[in-house]
Ligand binder design. Structure first.
Ligand code: TNX
Length: 548
């Protein structure tokens, strides 16, 4: 018995020694003797007791179109730089985005350099030379050999998507913002990749609760890491108006003074802040689509300007969570002056093609009035050179343009087939599958239940191309996961509801449908746990996922 215990102690001691030795090798590998031309930022090393989590080429989310593994490895050396083809400032910016992600954790002081042709071994190379047009604007080919990492895109957007794959092929610790031990190893092979749908989005409701510019930027950055490309910005609702409109300043000044639960000081974005967010999204190849919800969901506007009300009396501001009680005055001409002014100012600040006009839950507006209103709004949107997108109810208008888009959200009855019959496209956001504000389980502290419970599996197991009868093939523009914020107050709340579900919607939007299934996906998602942790994401550890 005693002998056994001694044996056990020796064994444990030997094991500890082995682990320590292994870690020492890893730490020394991150401090190689190779001469360095750059001075890394002297951040303290936070040792990871288990060493970096090994990644494989097979853990990428969204799952790439094709992966060929060659079984070797590339180790990013401390001398590495990112080379981009010369004469393209846009590529330098993309290279810098990657350098900014890699430098804090590696401490390598990676720089972005220009080149004509392939760079020396031991570097990363981003180029559009030889880009394959059949991969489309967002497609890329990533080739990792033991000497070089090369991304070739037909367009810069493809390179930006490709560098997200590079991030995911490096150990999870790469996402830390403090210096980590390497080695920074990637599996060798080739990834050929392009998206299934043109629109892969998420919506953030900043009207029910207001979020700072910094929070919005973080949300956009997290979207970018899973190759999402549309940020739908829900800027107005009954509880608040969040964007300064110079011709109607009270919308923001007075209408931006409340949110769910009470008052909110200066809770709106100036036009300069809005433009800053637009540019931030653009630099991540994400299109910003602003939404001004109308004719319903307009109490904040109605409270700010009495003349927008049919009876000429401004209601009190609203801080509850009911829907369907407010409406712009359909019969007044000032209503259309208001709509025109708002859309004109927003269109001028918005480079993207789309203007979202809401149109949902207009229960205080008769159908005839609703149809008349939305028809006029479509004309106004088009007069400002934008395409109209609205929640699926907009499909009821007779003159729905083929360029307009209906966003499907209802759990059963849907106007989406009507939109398709009229030649328009549909964006898929079925509430019982894609609403990020639905609780995961009955006991989830945050969120709502009206559309059902959506755990990570339920959120993943559906196909945008078949979920609505009569809406398939080319009629489906893509998929979007909206996050309504009646119960969501902080950035940490946002992250809890969006992660880990959002990567699943990113995969539904990007990856081919064949060969995808939950049992395979859940393991891949589980491997992203350490990555999300390193990114500081407050994700929900849904027990249906085998987290690493
Ligand atoms: C319905 S779905 C809404 C929103 C709410 C959401 C809460 C849709 C287009 N409108 O106004 O915030 O439910 O889940």
């Amino acid at each position: 018995m005693q002998k056994k215990n001694i044996f056990r102690t020796v064994l444990v001691f030997a094991l500890v020694l082995m682990i320590l030795a292994a870690n020492a090798i890893q730490v020394s590998a991150s401090n190689p003797l190779a001469p360095k031309t750059k001075t890394p930022t002297p951040t303290p090393i936070t040792p990871t007791p288990t060493g970096p989590i090994p990644t494989t080429i097979g853990n990428i989310i969204p799952m790439p179109v094709s992966i060929t593994s060659t079984g070797g490895s590339f180790v990013l050396p401390s001398t590495a730089d990112i080379y981009v083809e010369s004469g393209m400032a846009e590529l330098t910016a993309i290279g810098q985005y990657l350098a900014d992600k890699l430098n804090p954790s590696t401490g390598y002081g990676i720089q972005v350099l220009t080149t004509n042709g392939a760079p020396p071994n031991g570097n990363i190379y981003l180029t559009t030379v030889g880009g394959d047009a059949t991969l489309g604007d967002e497609g890329y080919q990533l080739t990792v050999t033991s000497n070089l990492v090369t991304v070739v895109g037909y367009k810069p957007a493809g390179l930006f998507r490709g560098i997200q794959t590079i991030r995911q092929m490096l150990p999870a610790a790469i996402e830390n913002v403090t210096l980590q031990p390497g080695p920074w190893k990637m599996a060798t092979g080739t990834v050929r990749d392009y998206p299934r749908f043109a629109w892969r989005g998420s919506m953030l409701d900043v009207a029910r609760h207001f979020f700072s510019v910094a929070d919005v930027k973080r949300y956009i950055d997290l979207m970018a890491s899973y190759k999402l490309n549309v940020f739908h910005f829900h800027l107005s609702d009954d509880q608040g108006w969040r964007i300064m409109i110079n011709s109607w300043p009270n919308l923001a000044i007075y209408g931006g003074g409340t949110q769910v639960g009470g008052t909110c000081t200066n809770c709106y974005y100036t036009q300069a802040q809005y433009s800053d967010i637009v540019a931030y999204a653009q630099s991540r190849y994400i299109t910003l689509v602003p939404e001004i919800d109308m004719p319903g969901h307009t109490n904040a506007a109605l409270a700010s300007y009495a003349e927008l009300n049919c009876n000429g009396v401004a209601p009190a501001r609203y801080t509850g969570t009911n829907v369907g009680f407010s409406s712009l005055c359909i019969s007044k001409s000032i209503t259309y002056t208001f709509v025109d002014d708002v859309i004109r100012e927003l269109a001028a600040l918005t480079p993207g093609a789309y203007m979202h006009v809401g149109g949902d839950e207009a229960s205080s507006t008769t159908t005839a009035d609703y149809v008349s209103f939305v028809s006029q709004v479509q004309t106004i949107v088009q007069a400002h050179n934008k395409q109209m997108i609205g929640w699926e109810e907009i499909a009821q208008i007779n003159g729905l343009s083929a360029s307009s888009v209906a966003q499907h959200w209802n759990t059963s009855d849907s106007f989406a087939p009507t939109a398709v019959q009229k030649g328009a496209k549909v964006l898929m956001s079925p509430a019982h599958k894609a609403y990020l504000d639905m609780k995961y389980y009955r006991k989830t502290q945050l969120g709502q239940t009206w559309a059902g419970l959506i755990n990570t599996q339920t959120g993943y197991e559906w196909d945008p191309a078949t979920i609505v009868n009569g809406v398939s093939g080319g009629s489906v523009l893509g998929v979007e996961a909206p996050l309504w914020t009646e119960t969501i107050v902080t950035m940490s709340d946002i992250e809890f509801m969006a992660y880990p579900r959002l990567p699943g919607y990113a995969e539904l939007g990007w990856s081919p449908v064949t060969g995808r299934n939950w049992n395979e996906y859940k393991v891949r998602l589980g491997s992203h746990g350490p990555r999300l942790t390193a990114m500081g994401v407050n994700f929900y550890r849904d027990t249906v996922v085998p987290w690493q």
